[in-house]
Write a protein that binds this ligand. Structure first.
Ligand SMILES: [Zn+2]
Length: 255
């Protein structure tokens, strides 16, 4: 299918906890070789960038810094995921959320996400509130929408560290039926001084490739962002492009 995508980053997972699936999974050199070969093969039609999605947890910050010092990527996403003992696991989430105020429900995840945002280690922050998927249907997306104050510390940390905010479109094909985060939070980020956004489909399968990217750009545009970019790590972006010039940006993620 013709998608008129001008530029993508392939962002395989990199984990630092041995219990996570992408811990020591595919060596850096092999990942880089595969993506660089694809970049060469498709270069006439599409700019393919070599990226990764690093799982962030405060306890692994030193390992993450070390990894990023030793390895050069075009684009890095920092995301918090569900650990083996996460309270949001399917077998325990109902008990965890029962009767508790939303503040307490989001705290284990949002505290870690805020630390990721404050670290400034990454170009962008991945799927800020994808716990909406795990706590659903016990808690509805509208419950999150009613509490923008819960997001403010994270957005402030992003503004202060200069990191970007990913508009992750996987939520459009999952139970919440909206991006992570939703449009009003992206608008709030803009109002608070946020400068960088990108859109990502979080495709783990070919079927999801570039899924919902246009919706992601629409959310960005609706929030007042006129640009989207990959590399926002404190220096001029070589991959800077106007939203709307062509659906591009981070279209695919693999693993
Ligand atoms: Zn992720």
């Amino acid at each position: 299918m013709e998608r008129r995508i001008g530029e993508i980053a392939i962002t395989d997972h990199v984990d630092f906890d041995p219990r996570y699936p992408a811990y020591d999974f595919v060596p850096f050199e092999r990942r880089e070789r595969v993506v660089r070969e694809a970049a060469e093969r498709w270069g006439d039609h599409l700019a393919v960038r070599f990226g990764c999605e690093l799982t962030y947890e405060r306890q692994y910050e030193r390992d993450i810094k070390d990894h990023l010092t030793r390895h050069r990527y075009d684009f890095t996403i920092g995301s918090v995921h569900m650990g083996p003992f996460s309270p949001y696991g399917t077998d325990r989430v109902a008990t965890f959320v029962a009767g508790g105020p939303l503040d307490d429900v989001v705290r284990p995840y949002f505290d870690e996400v805020e630390a990721a945002a404050r670290s400034g280690l990454f170009d962008t922050l991945g799927h800020l509130d994808f716990i909406k998927r795990y706590v659903h249907p016990h808690i509805e997306p509208s419950d999150f929408a009613a509490r923008p104050d819960l997001y403010e510390p994270i957005l402030r940390a992003l503004v202060e560290s200069g990191m970007g905010l990913e508009i992750n479109t996987s939520g459009l094909r999952q139970s919440p039926g909206q991006t992570y985060p939703a449009a009003p939070i992206v608008a709030l980020f803009r109002a608070m001084g946020g400068r960088h956004v990108n859109s990502g489909s979080d495709a783990h399968l070919a079927d999801s490739f570039a899924f919902g990217l246009e919706d992601g750009y629409r959310v960005a545009g609706g929030a007042g962002f006129s640009d989207s970019c990959f590399d926002v790590g404190g220096h001029a972006s070589p991959f800077h492009c106007q939203i709307g010039c062509a659906p591009n940006r981070r279209a695919a993620r693999s693993l």
